[in-house]
Ligand binder design. Structure first.
Ligand code: GLC
Length: 541
């Protein structure tokens, strides 16, 4: 198989609003990312993925795009975007941007035109506008719920002031879903893909990639509330079979119609010089259906979100690794491994313990395929407790506060322990940073050889320099107790992760070197290796 950069790359996700501010408005910007490129190159990642910085009224953290081919002034300008692309490449890294094809912002000119147009007009046909049900049309066209809670339909006022049609929004009411059966939509996205590819980016992360095609809009769903709960990655209060039944046939997700869109996108990506790639955010069931998105003529990678929710349980982790590798192999795509992103709890908080977070990262970073790292993960940042009056996530509001939403993992990064707002901004950060974050600041962690940051740097450096890490050679499991994961890669590399409560001891007759471990004090003495509870080691035989 030809080696292409993305197949086993370490890709770092930047949430620009919270990365680095340079103009004192309390929100990060593109100039801030440029300023921090030396830090990112020094961290040892291969590529950057930027969450949206496009023009947006920012009702869903920029995933509500009002002009996908321009930069929101809060983040800078197109000149900054071009400089960022250029400088990232000069620093030896690739750069990919987010693309949001399921919906536009309601501020997008198309939607504004649609509001002013008549029912049945070509402008309305770019979205999903329908008449309501009931004698006055007072009932939404169907009973679907928004993924963020509440109904997935909102009613508009017609130009004459009367109550009118309804439009579909699978997310916030400010995010009208696009009608992908209308060729104008595909044409416009083709323009957007080409716009950024022409500027030299290396690919795209595709938002809600499984959502673009919809079926049976005129029909009610048998259990819309249940479906909304089933769609949560961290659902706990639902029986497995009930959840599986709900997820296996969703009228608005994972319909066959999405694949022709991605075949077309692949042709566009392939028509450019260099090695341009795409990674899809998908949530499909059963998971094997995800491989349809990465067939050889479609996209390049799919996110594997198992480790955003996987319990601290060796058997389940092993099953997930095996399943992931087995499934992607059926289409020749590489696996991806992710611990956190801007939609999930940070791994240290989710596992409740930074030792476990380190140990899990060392399992994932030793597996075949690509890895994604969410900004701040390399510092071992926990979630911040954001007071309700500061919360901005529509999930919090649409659920009437029953779900705290995702602000806790989006708090601006601490760079300098002693500086105002930890060097993130000279103005007041858009979400308040916790007092305790001085200890996590980049300057403090850089100076401490045993910090989380230096631990991540070492993992990433080894992943780059050791030919058996990353790569795509298969893994072989070595027999071990139930609570221990022990596997080998090629060239004498072995990985041992002890997830149990007791120390796991092994005897070696041959020479062995400890390449890396999630605890500093581990040594092999007189041929015996003691792996303490919640610890991973990489061994070289
Ligand atoms: C994706 C994004 C998330 C956003 C949603 C709607 O899941 O990751 O942040 O809210 O899509 O665009």
């Amino acid at each position: 198989m030809t080696k292409t950069w993305w197949r086993d790359a370490a890709i770092y996700q930047i949430y620009p609003r919270s990365f680095q501010d340079t103009n004192g408005d309390g929100e990060g910007d593109l100039a801030g990312v440029i300023e921090r490129l030396p830090f990112l190159a020094g961290l040892g990642v291969d590529a950057l993925w930027l969450s949206p910085f496009y023009k947006s009224p920012n009702r869903d953290g920029g995933y509500d795009v009002s002009d996908p081919r321009d930069v929101d002034p809060r983040f800078g300008s197109l000149v900054d975007a071009k400089e960022l692309i250029l400088k990232t490449h000069e620093h030896g890294m690739k750069i990919i941007f987010d693309i949001v094809p399921n919906h536009f912002s309601s501020d997008h000119i198309w939607f504004q035109e649609a509001l002013k147009s008549k029912p049945g007009s070509p402008s309305r046909n770019r979205f999903h506008f329908y008449d309501g049900r009931g004698p006055e049309g007072n009932e939404p066209p169907n009973n679907w719920n928004s993924v963020f809670g509440g109904p997935s339909w909102s009613r508009v006022k017609e130009a004459d002031g009367s109550l009118g049609q309804w439009y579909l929004h699978l997310f916030d009411s400010s995010q009208p879903d696009l009608n992908w059966e209308n060729p104008e939509v595909a044409e416009d996205f083709e323009k957007t893909l080409r716009f950024w590819l022409d500027l030299g980016i290396d690919g795209f992360r595709i938002d809600v990639a499984h959502g673009l095609a919809k079926d049976a809009i005129s029909q009610n769903h048998p259990d819309p509330e249940g479906l909304t709960r089933a769609l949560r990655l961290d659902v706990v209060d639902m029986e497995k079979t009930v959840r599986e039944n709900l997820l296996k046939d969703i009228p608005f997700f994972d319909r066959d119609g999405v694949h022709q869109i991605y075949r077309q996108w692949r042709k566009i990506l392939d028509s450019y010089e260099g090695d341009r790639m795409s990674v899809a955010e998908i949530l499909v069931f059963p998971t094997i259906r995800g491989t349809r998105y990465v067939r050889p003529d479609e996209l390049h990678q799919i996110f594997n979100f198992d480790f955003l929710v996987a319990p601290w349980d060796a058997t389940m982790i092993k099953e997930s690794i095996d399943r992931t590798l087995r499934e992607v192999a059926t289409v020749g795509a590489p696996a991806t491994w992710v611990l956190c992103n801007h939609d999930s709890s940070r791994i240290v908080s989710r596992l409740g313990d930074s030792d476990k977070a380190k140990a899990l990262s060392m399992i994932l970073h030793a597996l075949p395929g690509g890895i994604y790292i969410y900004q701040g993960e390399e510092l071992g940042l926990p979630d911040a407790d954001v007071p309700s009056e500061f919360r901005q996530d529509p999930v919090f509001f649409r659920s009437n506060g029953s779900d705290n939403g995702r602000d806790g993992c989006r708090v601006p990064l601490p760079w300098l322990s002693a500086a105002e707002n930890y060097g993130f901004s000279t103005g007041s950060p858009w979400l308040p940073q916790p007092k305790a974050w001085a200890d996590y600041a980049v300057d403090v962690e850089s100076a401490d050889p045993n910090s989380f940051l230096n631990f991540y740097k070492k993992s990433l450096a080894l992943r780059k320099s050791h030919p058996a890490l990353g790569g795509e050679d298969s893994i072989q499991w070595i027999e071990s107790p139930e609570s221990v994961l022990h596997f080998q890669r090629s060239l004498g590399l072995q990985i041992i992760a002890n997830l149990g409560a007791e120390t796991y001891s092994l005897n070696f007759t041959s020479e062995v070197e400890i390449l890396h471990s999630s605890r500093v004090e581990i040594v092999v003495q007189d041929g015996v290796l003691n792996v303490p509870s919640n610890t991973t080691v990489w061994l070289q035989f």
